[in-house]
Design a protein around this ligand. Structure first.
Ligand SMILES: [Zn+2]
Length: 319
């Protein structure tokens, strides 16, 4: 049986409604959602690696001690499926199966058993918003797929709080000169340290290049105040320059040691002129790549925070 038909059947038996494309599991078949005895109930399909899982979610009023729910379920000794997770206001029960889906009748029975088991230690909803506990509300709303009782005012509040981070980020005026100064400083210090350390241990430590990338990117972003197109351009350039600068120092020191010559501008110049040839023979290209990986990582982690709260009325997947 197809997932859609199956969920329709389970919904009928369990006193819920089937909502294709909606619910917490992000699948086309959606989920069976509704309230029974004022417990919010959702049933749908999920995937655990390669195993198919039928998931049952029961939600209740926020609890102080969710451990009680766990022991209540344990003493109920339910045979089908097993406990997936417990939160302060939900229980997730998972039924993994290999080929045939569990019988719809058995699923409906399991939902009854689960609810009976947690009833003594939980409080069902009471027709009021679960956030403010004052506004009366009788229809479920999905918050990023999760069915809940939440009033319009509280939805706005949640949306506002979650979006504030993105709004704040947007409001930062980038300080480019500051970014350049800090970036150049980090590139110079990083390159010098890279060259000196390589000379000291007589070996170019590749992971050091990742650190340089992170250092340069973090400094530019700190100076600028946020990730900008400008930063995305100068960070890779400064990172590459810093690694090359470090290599030039390293090779100059090596030549000074082996040839017993003193440091001179002429020597440094000779190394810089031949740097690309030297790099091609060693791990130069690789260290540049490692540096860029570090820079990319920092750019990625400092990116603009995403908007996170999506509210959707049940039964209107495109709203
Ligand atoms: Zn509210």
């Amino acid at each position: 049986m197809k997932e859609n038909e199956y969920l329709q059947q389970v919904a009928n038996l369990a006193g819920l409604r089937h909502y294709p494309q909606q619910g917490p599991w992000n699948k086309k078949s959606g989920s069976a959602v509704g309230t029974r005895d004022n417990y919010v109930t959702a049933i749908g399909f999920s995937q655990k690696g390669r195993t198919a899982v039928l998931v049952i979610l029961l939600r209740f009023k926020k609890l102080e001690q969710p451990e009680q729910v766990k022991s209540a379920l344990k003493s109920a000794a339910i045979k089908k499926g097993k406990l997936g997770a417990i939160g302060s206001n939900f229980v997730r029960w998972e039924w993994t199966y290999a080929f045939a889906k569990p019988k719809a009748e058995e699923v409906a029975k399991l939902v009854e058993d689960l609810r009976a088991a947690i009833k003594p230690v939980t409080t069902p909803f009471d027709g009021r918003c679960e956030q403010c506990a004052s506004t009366s509300i009788n229809s479920l709303t999905l918050l990023n797929g999760m069915p809940m009782f939440i009033c319009a005012t509280c939805q706005e509040k949640v949306r506002h709080e979650l979006n504030q981070a993105a709004v704040n980020y947007e409001a930062i005026t980038p300080n480019y000169p500051n970014g350049v100064v800090l970036g150049l400083g980090a590139a110079a210090v990083g390159g010098l340290a890279w060259g000196l350390i390589a000379y000291a241990i007589n070996y170019i430590f590749l992971y050091g290049a990742i650190l340089i990338g992170i250092m340069v990117a973090t400094s530019v972003i700190k100076g600028t105040g946020k990730v900008t197109r400008f930063g995305q351009i100068i960070i890779p350039i400064l990172t590459v320059a810093s690694v090359l600068f470090g290599d030039a120092i390293f090779y100059t020191l090596i030549v000074m040691k082996h040839e017993h010559v003193a440091f001179s501008g002429k020597l440094l110049n000779a190394v810089v002129v031949h740097l690309w040839q030297i790099e091609m023979q060693g791990s130069g290209v690789l260290s540049l790549l490692f540096g860029l990986v570090g820079a990319g990582y920092s750019l990625y982690s400092a990116r603009k925070p995403k908007f996170q709260a999506v509210f959707q009325p049940l039964g209107a997947p495109n709203a």
